[in-house]
Design a protein around this ligand. Structure first.
Ligand SMILES: *[C@@H]1O[C@H](CO)[C@@H](O)[C@H](O)[C@H]1NC(C)=O
Ligand SMILES: *[C@@H]1O[C@H](CO)[C@@H](O)[C@H](O)[C@H]1NC(C)=O
Ligand SMILES: *[C@@H]1O[C@H](CO)[C@@H](O)[C@H](O)[C@H]1NC(C)=O
Ligand SMILES: *[C@@H]1O[C@H](CO)[C@@H](O)[C@H](O)[C@H]1NC(C)=O
Ligand SMILES: *[C@@H]1O[C@H](CO)[C@@H](O)[C@H](O)[C@H]1NC(C)=O
Length: 757
């Protein structure tokens, strides 16, 4: 039920923002359908709180189009299920624990029961509604571990629970999920319980179980179980309990045409699923109270953390708050729901993936949700304790896939240098990082990249340790080498902080190994020097720097070109500048990323490059120009992102543009851009606030920085550090204008690995 609002109302509300932000309902600015089409793959359904385990929404089938989050704007709905991932690529995951409303007696529950929509689905934060062609309406609300379905039928209500229901993938890449069996029972009080077992998906997961417990607000007139294969029934209404590798489930009919059902889930047991349900959605809980709770959670924990001034436009507010929603839908807080472990540590799953999120998402996650962030870091370390490696990606309690480096190392380093301590055991944290850096993971024999593990860790480690670079024996050799360098820089940072002097030296040295792929003779468009494949004998392989070949799992570069990966050792920029031929060449290189259409705003490996102009005196204005042009690719609409949301990575990017800073992950440095809002306050927790103001210009046409004060003092550096404005809060007051000014004449941003390069 998102609808554009008039700005008359917004001015009145916004005037109150800075005064009593806690009372504002920011959800009015959120389009839950942002980025649900056009490849964004965002999940629009009911999510009770940031990182809630239950994400309740529709599952749609439309020809051979993959429904990554379950939702597609067109096509038939074949069920409403409790688990989804938001904004991912690769292949759909989950879409499990479903109900499907059907009118009349269901002669074959294994048949296609899907329905078109009578009108477009509607949604708000914490609320979802579908009107089916059959005349049934379904409204959804949720809590952390349970969901509430509210049905209105024209006549003869039936609810079908198909345990075999799961999202398919039609891409033919071998990443489709499989249902491998289940158990379903109904009981004399009218409730049902059971579990389903599923496997595969993008992370090639082995079998995993999800348990469920469903209750209705009235006793069913009839309850039946079914079992069968394909659409052929083997049994129907013969017993109250069915199990096995066949499709199993139940059918319930009711007298009343208005009906509700609440369903809880657990990874541990069906009795835990019932406990989760009854604790969170007691009998007679009102639907509206769940919607209200969800809005309150999102307002207090996320939206109210960023407050902006009354001059903000409606479109900017919608983009701000819709992006904040998208940023915090996953990972999933599954604390207490980790099967097979005994642990009192927090547990977060659905990391999809750190490869995408470590540049801009995790640094903003720390700032806006510091309590969860500390839990998330502890959880990464606890996954190492129990599974042997931290994940680069993970879902259904299983690590995978690894696209490049072991980016948890960079995430932990970022957290460490920015002071995340609390209950984090940093000795274990460093051991977990060292496992990535020193222990070759067992090969999982991935058909897409059979050379080494795609499950976890650093598969190409043998070469990295032996040569200081990665030979073509290993797939994705060059892009992995650049990421391993950044990851080793992370180890350096934490080793230094923990006072481990040998490791400090070792990993700083190793963080420079990206240079070993640098072929000074590789040339393209008047530039020479690019990272290229290198053989065991030390010779470089001929490589067009504009091409990444197939750019996929089996190639030398993953999803981006040598031009982009050559810029990505962001801890060693001074050396990079030297290698490319100095400041002017460096600036021209960044220009060429855009002029030659190499840069792709929708793909994460290039995320930092547009702002590296700040490493050249007098060129900060060009970073601002890039920031504004990238921002043009975003809006709050259904196709409002330039690529997959990628678990909120894309949304975090636009939020940094709005804030006017760019984080250099693994370091305390933030490059300065140009804030969008005349006033913005970021609540940093514990009473600390970062407040930015702009005067003299505007976001769209007069956005060049003329001068800046940080904490009241004139500032001439094109960067600030964590200590300057985040550790204790701070102020940044910008004067903007319509043409560039040479204000950033001070010390350049640090290049901590460059030494005296
Ligand atoms: C459904 O089946 C029951 C008996 O199982 C019957 O009484 C009822 O009339 C049927 N309803 C419809 C709509 O066919
Ligand atoms: C299926 O569930 C029923 C009822 O909870 C239980 O008695 C039975 O042992 C279960 N069967 C399997 C194979 O798990
Ligand atoms: C994560 O989930 C656990 C268990 O439900 C809960 O105790 C904890 O507070 C949650 N974390 C946050 C930050 O909400
Ligand atoms: C640094 O790494 C290189 C290999 O890239 C090695 O030859 C050298 O010994 C290392 N130096 C230190 C101090 O570890
Ligand atoms: C390369 O340099 C030549 C000579 O300076 C110039 O004419 C040409 O436009 C440049 N090409 C590119 C792609 O910059």
């Amino acid at each position: 039920m998102f609808s554009a609002f008039t700005c008359v109302g917004c001015i009145v509300l916004l005037a109150n923002y800075l005064v009593e932000g806690a009372n504002v309902d920011y959800t009015q600015y959120v389009n839950v359908f942002q980025a649900t089409t056009g490849g964004g793959n965002r999940f629009p359904g009911a999510v009770a709180a940031p990182f809630a385990m239950v994400k309740l929404g529709p599952d749609v089938v439309s020809g051979t189009t993959d429904a990554y989050s379950g939702y597609l704007s067109s096509g038939n709905i074949f069920g409403f299920s409790l688990m989804h991932e938001s904004g991912t690529g690769g292949a759909p995951k989950y879409g499990v624990v479903s109900q499907m409303p059907v009118i009349g007696n269901v002669s074959n529950p294994l048949a296609d029961l899907s329905q078109g929509r009578a009108s477009a689905d509607q949604g708000q934060v914490g609320y979802y509604k579908s009107s089916l062609s059959s005349g049934v309406t379904v409204e959804l609300a949720a809590t952390e571990h349970a969901g509430l379905y509210q049905y209105t039928f024209p006549s003869s209500p039936s609810i079908v629970v198909d345990v075999s229901h799961v999202l398919n993938s039609w891409r033919g890449l071998g990443w489709e999920q499989h249902y491998s069996g289940g158990n379903f029972s109904y009981f004399s009080d009218g409730h049902y319980e059971g579990y389903g077992t599923y496997n595969n998906g993008w992370n090639l997961s082995p079998n995993w179980n999800i348990y469920f417990c469903g209750r209705f607000n009235q006793k069913p007139s009839t309850s039946k179980t079914f079992k069968g294969t394909g659409t052929t029934l083997a049994s129907y209404d013969t017993t109250s309990s069915v199990s096995g590798s066949e499709r199993v489930g139940g059918v319930f009919t009711f007298e009343s045409t208005t009906l509700s059902s609440r369903v809880g889930i657990s990874f541990l047991s069906s009795s835990k699923a019932c406990q989760n349900l009854d604790r969170e959605i007691a009998d007679k809980t009102s639907f509206q109270s769940l919607v209200d709770n969800a809005k309150a959670q999102w307002n207090s924990r996320v939206f109210s953390k960023i407050q902006v001034s009354s001059a903000a436009s409606a479109t900017d507010l919608q983009l701000l708050y819709s992006s904040l929603l998208g940023m915090f839908l996953i990972p999933s807080n599954r604390t207490g729901e980790n099967p097979g472990w005994t642990s009192s540590e927090p547990y977060y799953d659905d990391i999809f993936t750190l490869w995408d999120t470590h540049r801009s998402h995790t640094p903003l996650f720390q700032i806006l949700e510091p309590v969860s962030y500390e839990e998330f870091i502890r959880s990464l370390i606890d996954i190492w304790r129990h599974d042997g490696f931290m994940p680069d990606a993970r879902s259904s309690n299983f690590n995978g896939r690894v696209q490049g480096g072991s980016n948890a190392d960079s995430v932990l380093a970022d957290a460490y240098v920015k002071g995340v301590r609390g209950a984090v055991n940093w000795d274990d944290g460093f051991k977990a990082m060292q496992t990535d850096a020193e222990k070759t993971p067992a090969n999982n024999n991935d058909p897409k990249a059979p050379d080494s593990s795609t499950k976890e860790g650093r598969g190409a480690l043998p070469d990295w340790l032996k040569y200081g670079y990665i030979t073509p024996t290993f797939s994705r050799a060059v892009s992995r080498a650049v990421e391993y360098s950044c990851n080793d820089f992370g180890l350096y940072q934490v080793a230094k902080g923990l006072g481990k002097s040998t490791e400090t030296t070792t990993y700083l040295n190793r963080s420079r190994n990206w240079r070993n792929h640098w072929n000074p003779s590789a040339s393209s468009n008047n530039h020479s020097g690019f990272v290229v494949p290198r053989k065991a004998d030390g010779s470089f392989v001929a490589q067009d720097p504009l091409s990444c070949g197939g750019c996929y799992w089996g190639d030398a570069y993953y999803e981006d070109s040598p031009w982009v990966y050559s810029m990505n050792a962001i801890h060693d920029v001074a050396k990079l500048k030297k290698l490319v031929g100095g400041d002017d060449k460096f600036v021209d290189r960044i220009d060429k990323l855009f002029d030659l259409n190499i840069f792709n705003a929708g793909n994460e490996p290039g995320f930092t490059s547009p702002y590296l102009y700040n490493f050249v005196k007098g060129k900060q204005y060009k970073s601002v120009e890039r920031s504004r042009s990238i921002s043009q690719k975003y809006n709050a609409g259904t196709s409002g992102l330039p690529g997959n949301s990628d678990a909120g990575a894309m949304e975090s990017n636009i939020l940094w543009q709005m804030i006017g800073l760019w984080p250099m992950t693994g370091q305390t440095t933030f490059l300065i851009l140009s804030p969008w809002f005349s006033e913005m306050q970021i609540d940093l927790g514990n009473g600390k606030v970062l407040k930015t103001t702009t005067t003299g210009g505007n976001k769209d046409t007069a956005f060049y920085v003329q001068s800046l004060k940080v904490n009241g003092k004139p500032w001439t550096k094109a960067w600030v550090s964590w200590a300057d404005v985040f550790a204790n809060g701070g102020t940044m007051d910008f004067v903007l204008g319509s043409s560039s000014a040479d204000w950033a004449t001070g010390e350049l941003p640090p290049s901590p690995a460059s030494g005296d390069a």
